[in-house]
Write a protein that binds this ligand. Structure first.
Ligand SMILES: C[S@@+](CC[C@H](N)C(=O)[O-])C[C@H]1O[C@@H](n2cnc3c(N)ncnc32)[C@H](O)[C@@H]1O
Length: 414
């Protein structure tokens, strides 16, 4: 419950609360994992939980009581947990809290009724809607049908995608019992124990969403090319570039996150020069042949993995990132050799962090042009009029979707 209240009342992200100082710190690892999973599932289905609760309450109870009711509802109706145990645990939780103890009786009565919800009624409830600040923007950008598809993808969650180190998706799919995707990733169902899969210890693959794997493929470095991964941590794209044979410099402003890049490279037995610095201030020793800029962004393309995000962020928290992205693009172009390529990408669904950034960069930098995106497996509808790739969670609805991304390859005048 602490996690859910932290998101809904204090607008913290779950990842911020799951660290060593967070409310779960004292729990054994298995309980910690369960609490994190239940918080994510509850936030993913919050609107549906409210719809299931509504007929049994005359008015909405205070936020902490509501959090207990929502969590227990999702546990029973979405996760299929036995009602008896869930109701008892919810009542005990209500009794233990100062802000909730007076309403333990109501928690008991309401949840007993909710437990009788027929499974088909629960299944028929529409997916959780995005909050207004984001829904309106996506509606304007992509239309109502796309928003409905995106919300359905968020409710379904994300499968597990792997990137094969040697690029052989068919062989890896056969080894792990997964599906080779046309773009070169391998897909497994959610809930697979990653460390138990064949090839984990040998570093034959790493976990990376199918959409997130496309920017490095679009950059397509030649072996030996000098490539800068400008916002590199935790390093999924650094691994790809290094595995393709590029001489990679990986830069990130966060020392803490850069430690993850170092660990990931070591696990894969791959190499890159690591730099902890602000990309806006760093002096490159020499121009680069190619740069990958995976800029900090709203991360609205990753909501199916991070259902807390729409509750913890809003338009005001996201807006300063647009200007940062603009400055990072200019800085990257400055560090590029004549004729060099810049792949700019963000895991965002907002045109302000994708299409509009590229259109504005083309105006600011005469001679810069977009090299039309062409990759195995991409569908024509994903390409925008500028030649970039617009990927959304509702792409590949029959295959389990993908994270939202915008990706474009810009070429500097020679
Ligand atoms: C979207 S994440 C990068 C993900 C990474 N490319 C990957 O594939 O694993 C954005 C990164 O930008 C870094 N960052 C933010 N501002 C920066 C700056 N001014 N200079 C360098 N890195 C920055 C953040 O620390 C964060 O790790």
């Amino acid at each position: 419950m602490g996690l859910i209240l932290g998101v809904l009342e204090d607008r913290h992200l779950l990842a911020e609360m799951e660290g060593e100082d967070g409310p779960l710190a004292d729990l054994p690892p298995a309980e910690r994992a369960r609490a994190s999973r239940l918080a994510r599932t509850t936030l993913r289905h919050l609107g549906r939980a409210d719809a299931a609760l509504k007929p049994h309450m005359r008015k909405a109870p205070p936020v902490p009581v509501r959090a207990i009711l929502r969590m227990a509802t999702v546990e029973m109706l979405q996760e299929g947990a036995a009602a008896h145990g869930v109701v008892n645990a919810a009542v005990a939780l209500a009794r233990a809290g100062q802000r909730t103890q007076a309403m333990a009786g109501l928690v008991n009565a309401v949840l007993r009724k909710v437990a009788e919800t027929p499974p088909q009624d629960w299944a028929a409830l529409p997916p959780q809607r995005l909050p207004g600040w984001l829904r309106g923007r996506l509606d304007s950008a992509w239309g109502r049908a796309a928003v409905t598809g995106i919300e359905a993808a968020h409710a379904a969650g994300a499968p597990l995608d792997l990137t094969p180190r040697d690029g052989d998706a068919a062989a890896l799919a056969a080894a792990v019992g997964g599906m080779a995707l046309p773009t070169g990733s391998v897909r497994l169902g959610a809930g697979v124990q990653v460390s138990a899969l064949p090839g984990y210890a040998e570093g034959a693959w790493w976990v990376q969403d199918a959409a997130a794997a496309m920017p490095a493929r679009l950059l397509a470095p030649e072996p030996g090319e000098r490539v800068l991964d400008l916002c590199a941590a935790p390093g999924g794209k650094t691994l790809q570039l290094a595995a393709m044979g590029a001489r990679v410099t990986a830069l990130d402003i966060s020392e803490y996150r850069m430690a993850r890049v170092e660990e990931n490279l070591a696990r894969m037995d791959l190499a890159a020069d690591l730099v902890v610095a602000d990309a806006l201030a760093w002096g490159a020793p020499a121009p680069f042949d190619a740069i990958l800029l995976d800029a900090p962004c709203s991360a609205t393309g990753t909501i199916r993995r991070h259902p807390d995000l729409p509750f913890a962020k809003d338009a005001a928290t996201i807006k300063p990132l647009f200007y940062l992205q603009e400055r990072l693009i200019d800085r990257a172009i400055g560090m590029l050799a004549p004729g060099g390529r810049l792949v700019f990408c963000t895991c965002s669904l907002l045109p302000e962090e994708g299409e509009k950034q590229v259109a504005a960069a083309l105006v600011r930098h005469p001679g810069l042009h977009v090299r039309p995106a062409d990759l195995p497996g991409i569908e024509p509808g994903w390409r925008d009029t500028q030649g970039g790739l617009r990927l959304r969670p509702d792409c590949w609805p029959d295959r389990g979707g993908m994270d939202g991304f915008y990706i474009a390859c810009l070429v500097k005048a020679g």
